[in-house]
Design a protein around this ligand. Structure first.
Ligand code: NAD
Ligand code: UFG
Length: 337
């Protein structure tokens, strides 16, 4: 049984991946400082899988804390989710974002090297395709960024690639996620950000509960079928399955590889609002607002490589994503009362 360190494992995507790793027979060790997640998630993971992951409330900026984890467990591979991810916040607090995201990854790589751990799967993002590529985005396209968060991904990809080139025993897999949404069908884990969400799906969910009055549709004058922005929404459970396949792939090779995780299909803002209205059973009000600075018209994945090298294709629809998101929100509201 292989032991996998999941950094950021109590977070939104990491928690879904932990569930699938445990179901697939891996031993899971989580390191998370809980800056954007809760300790209870470990109990939910245990409830869903019947297996309890080892949990360390550790900040990856603390290299000695990381060392202690590698001393306590024979870590065979790492999936590295830990990081700050809010685009707007990264513009306001670039020093914090560069420090947290880059130093964490450098510490992790140094401690992995000391411990002789050679496999790392990294959470990258479609944001690295920047503004100047044409859809569908494929892995060979040039990368760039429009904000500090995006640059942390570009730079981390580069750091990992350079370090793997110099350490031929290393296996690095860069997974570029498109727009992860949805929740585990149990309703126990999902995404419910505090305050006013920046991303569309959690925002729409708060309109569905009545916490927010309407969705602001950021622009209806893009060159897209209905004028609103088009994105490749991928169910977080499909995304998690991609990680289990990615990890198996990374164990069988060395060097760096890059794989997109998306559906290969774009949906517009209005399509998502309509799909969510169906899921929650009532029409959701929206108003057309100005474009949001930095947004591109369309973003969806070329999925050929994921299919070829990982055997990965997605299984669920936008309707399933909305249903599971809504189920999670309803479950959380029941718990709160
Ligand atoms: P999340 O915030 O839910 O999870 C990240 C976790 O990392 C949190 O639990 C947080 O507490 C932890 N963390 C942050 N800094 C840490 C540190 N210094 N030490 C230890 N733990 C730390 O975010 P998510 O949506 O699950 O994203 C996971 C990864 O995927 C991130 O790297 C993110 O940039 C990337 N990603 C996310 C999306 C998305 O839309 N959700 C898209 C592309 C890429
Ligand atoms: N949108 C609205 N109203 C809102 C929020 C979003 O109309 O209240 C629109 C946006 O303009 C865009 C689409 O909905 O057309 C999706 O926006 P999101 O904020 O949900 O997602 P983005 O594609 O802008 O960005 C997300 C993450 C990035 C990540 C990227 C690709 O926030 O960090 O997906 O993975 F890099």
């Amino acid at each position: 049984m292989k032991t996998i360190l999941v950094t950021g494992g109590t977070g939104y995507i990491g928690s879904h991946v932990c569930v699938q790793l445990l179901d697939a027979g891996y031993h899971v060790v989580i390191a998370d400082n809980l800056i954007n997640s809760k300790r209870e998630v470990v109990d939910y993971i245990a409830q869903m899988t019947g297996k309890t992951p080892d949990f360390y409330q550790t900040d990856l900026l603390d290299a000695d804390g990381l060392r202690a984890i590698f001393r306590a467990h024979p870590i065979d591979g790492v999936i590295h989710f830990a990081g700050l991810k809010a685009v707007g916040e990264s513009v306001e607090q670039p020093l914090r974002y560069y420090t947290n995201n880059l130093t964490s990854t450098l510490n992790l790589l140094a401690v992995m090297q000391e411990a002789g751990c050679t496999v790392i799967v990294f959470s990258s993002s479609a944001t690295v395709y920047g503004e100047n590529n044409a859809v569908p985005f494929h892995e060979g396209m040039p990368v760039s960024a429009t904000n500090p968060y995006g640059y942390t991904k570009v730079v981390q990809e580069r750091m990992l690639t350079d370090i793997a080139a110099a350490q031929p025993e290393l296996s690095v897999l860069l997974l570029r996620y498109f727009n992860p949404v949805g929740a585990h069908p149990s309703g126990l884990i999902g995404e419910n950000p505090n305050g006013i969400p920046n991303n569309l799906m959690p925002y729409v969910a708060k309109v569905a509960t009545g916490e927010l009055p309407h969705v602001n549709v950021f622009g209806n004058d893009y060159d897209t079928p209905d004028g609103t922005g088009v994105r490749d929404y991928i169910h977080v459970c499909d995304l998690a399955r991609g990680h289990v396949l990615g990890l198996q792939y990374a164990f069988g090779r060395t060097g760096t590889d890059i794989v997109n995780l998306g559906t290969g299909h774009g949906s517009s803002v209005l399509e998502l609002i309509h799909a969510f209205s169906q899921a929650c059973g009532h029409d959701l009000p929206y108003v057309i607002a100005p474009r949001r600075a930095g947004d591109i018209a369309e973003c969806w994945a070329d999925t050929k490589k994921a299919k070829e090298v990982l055997g990965f294709t997605t299984q669920v629809t936008l309707a399933d994503m909305c249903r599971d998101s809504w189920n999670f929100i309803c479950h959380q509201r029941e718990q709160a009362h």
